[in-house]
Design a protein around this ligand. Structure first.
Ligand SMILES: C[S@@+](CC[C@H](N)C(=O)[O-])C[C@H]1O[C@@H](n2cnc3c(N)ncnc32)[C@H](O)[C@@H]1O
Length: 398
């Protein structure tokens, strides 16, 4: 596979820009709209409708280009830092363009909101934000990541999107070859490692029966402060500021709803503040460990009920209509059958937290068929240096 000189067109969902070569679409990573680049083909089958390439030399640069904040995630490098060559405000414009395109294409309407920075990100250059990272140990025992769309492992010299103490711990430790390494930097506690499911301490497995498996997280917003216990490997929003940003965005959209269903609830990020404020909340979560955490987190809050199970099955069981429903599904979104079941429950208001623009736009169209109109949406750049973006949207039944 060789190199091509390409004029770079618009951004597309997935962290690349679109270019054309002899009538064929080429998805180009590490480029910016308006640039001319020399691009190295990375996937280019003769019969393939689209090719993929990395920009390896910039011939005409965009004014939005900066020196990469994470060169190891650059052309030919590891995944997870595909926008590190883009100035932070332009990363947010990029994500807004993707949201707008997804909404026009799949929901037949404009995306109504903006993409906001998380507090502190501009000051820190969009780095040092992740409180959770996962890596794999290479043959030499060093923390490594896969080269983008490849099985090749590359040892890391830096992990600049991780909280600094986490970066130091993860990269400074040696592991058994092939081990799955999870690093966690809970708010206010020392960074920790879990290797192949076993907590580590001082560079080795901590095999004591009482080795700590839970971390404490605290979330503070203008309206309150809450604490949580979360399994060290369990789901928790990865950006240091994400829990507070999302709690504020969700609670602010619920109006005076007294009864709330919290779907895909995790360890109870939204359930706890809602129940603490005296709202009657039923939370639904499929993961057994997260459900156990949620149960522990709502202990002493009589207005919270934790259901361990599948969201769609719960909705199809015919629950009483709450005043509002919060849903925060995984990347693939809720999808047709769950949206049908959701609509059948009959809440007047839905607050949808989405980590994928296309899934949200598709679900927006499905909800419109059931009479739910999109009232507002705002996006938050909770994943700087990557193409990911989190959106919170309100739907009301007409
Ligand atoms: C994006 S996380 C959100 C968790 C929580 N709202 C938070 O912000 O911490 C999605 C959660 O949905 C759960 N989940 C995935 N599929 C599910 C399903 N079909 N039914 C219920 N929960 C599910 C996952 O285990 C995960 O905890």
């Amino acid at each position: 596979m060789g190199d091509l000189v390409l004029e770079i067109g618009a951004v597309a969902h997935g962290g690349h820009c679109v270019a054309r070569h002899e009538g064929r679409v080429v998805f180009v990573r590490h480029a910016l709209p308006g640039e001319v680049v020399r691009a190295r083909l990375t996937e280019a089958g003769d019969d393939a409708r689209l090719w993929r390439a990395d920009a390896v030399e910039v011939i005409e640069a965009s004014p939005d280009r900066v020196d990469s904040a994470w060169p190891e995630a650059g052309p030919g490098g590891v995944g997870g830092g595909e926008l590190a060559h883009v100035a932070l405000p332009a990363q947010r414009r990029w994500k807004h363009d993707v949201l707008r395109e997804a909404f026009v294409r799949f929901a037949d309407r404009e995306f109504p909101g903006e993409v906001h920075a998380a507090p502190g990100d501009d000051e820190r250059g969009g780095l040092g934000y992740r409180t959770r990272v996962t890596t794999v140990a290479g043959p030499d025992g060093r923390a490594s990541m896969h080269v983008h769309r490849s099985r090749e492992l590359r040892a890391l010299d830096a992990l600049p999107i991780a909280a600094p103490a986490l970066e130091e711990l993860v990269l400074g430790t040696r592991y058994p070859a092939g081990a799955h390494v999870m690093g966690v930097a809970p708010g206010g506690e020392a960074a920790r490692l879990v290797v192949d499911g076993t907590p580590w301490r001082a560079g080795r497995p901590d095999r004591r029966d009482n080795a700590p498996r839970r971390v404490r997280e605290a979330v503070a917003t203008g309206t309150g402060e809450w604490t949580y216990q979360v399994d060290v490997e369990g789901f928790w929003q990865v950006h240091r500021e994400a829990p507070a940003v999302l709690v504020e965005a969700v609670l602010g959209r619920l109006g005076d709803a007294r009864t709330v269903l919290d779907l895909y609830a995790g360890a109870g990020l939204f359930t706890v503040p809602l129940a603490s404020a005296g709202r009657r909340v039923t939370s639904v979560e499929a993961d057994a460990r997260a459900s156990r955490d949620a149960r522990r987190n709502v202990h002493g809050l009589p207005d919270a009920r934790i259901v361990h199970g599948d969201t769609r099955a719960f909705l199809e069981s015919g629950p009483e209509a709450p005043d509002a429903i919060v849903l925060d599904p995984p990347r693939s979104g809720a999808g047709g059958k769950t949206v049908d079941a959701l609509a059948a429950v009959g809440a007047d208001r839905l607050v949808y937290v989405a980590c994928d623009p296309v899934a949200l736009a598709r679900d927006t169209a499905l909800l419109a068929h059931h009479g739910y109109a999109l009232e507002d949406a705002e996006a938050f750049d909770l994943f700087p240096m990557t193409h990911h973006v989190e959106t919170v949207a309100t739907f009301v039944r007409g």
